[in-house]
Design a protein around this ligand. Structure first.
Ligand code: G3P
Length: 214
């Protein structure tokens, strides 16, 4: 499973990249707003740090405005992937951009039929939002299972990018469900390599060694 970081913060992206296992980045307008900088400027800097796919979301909501906005974003760097919402206009824009060779990440996916249609339109990635489904007492992990089954039944090549992951168990669950990518906030990535028994084990090894050999 590929690992993307879900942030627009350059320090977090650098730290995650330094771990040596980062495959890409996802951003969205809320994450960019937290940084308080123009979207395009921040994307240039992110693409200088990470060579893998960097998702950049359009602000337009109608097909005819989405397409030129997406084409401008795509000019920023070769690794930009255009994020479009799972709406009828987003679907049409996905088809238009895919036909022009521009990769898309279809975001805000909350049900399997949205994932089916965007795969038919040639999406590179589909982003089911797990945490936000869990927030309304639905089952985010189950959505990933359903999309995986549909894609495998028909051989769709769109990759499943599990998003809105809030804690380590989400990551384990989507890996077991067959997600292709997990996009994760920095603090959850950092927590994924931690266990108290690892820390106490190191302390015990070092204490035993020092006791015996000084
Ligand atoms: O990847 C999508 C993510 O940024 C949304 O996460 O926690 O706001 O639902 P959240």
């Amino acid at each position: 499973m590929d690992l993307y970081i879900d942030t627009a913060n350059l320090d977090e992206i650098r730290q995650a990249n330094d771990l040596g296992v980062l495959d890409g980045v996802t951003t969205n307008p809320s994450l960019i707003a937290k940084e308080g900088v123009p979207y395009a400027d921040q994307l240039v800097k992110i693409c200088e740090i990470v060579a893998g796919p960097v998702s950049a979301e359009v602000l337009a909501t109608e097909h005819d405005a989405m397409v030129p906005e997406a084409e401008e974003l795509a000019k920023i760097a070769d690794n930009i992937v255009i994020k479009l919402p799972c709406t009828p206009d987003g679907l049409k824009a996905c088809k238009t951009l895919s036909d022009r060779g521009i990769r898309t990440n279809m975001t805000l996916c909350f049900q399997p039929l949205q994932a089916w249609l965007v795969a038919k339109a040639g999406a590179f990635l589909v982003s089911p939002f797990l945490g936000r489904l869990d927030d309304i007492s639905e089952d985010g992990v189950d959505l990933v299972h359903k999309i995986r089954a549909i894609y495998d039944n028909y051989g769709y090549e769109t990759k499943i990018l599990a998003a809105s992951l809030r804690h380590p168990k989400h990551i384990v669950d989507v890996a077991l469900a067959g997600a292709d990518v997990a996009t994760i906030p920095y603090k959850v990535i950092a927590g994924a390599m931690k266990h108290p028994l690892t820390d106490s084990g190191i302390e015990r090894f070092l204490a035993d060694y020092r006791k015996a050999l000084g």
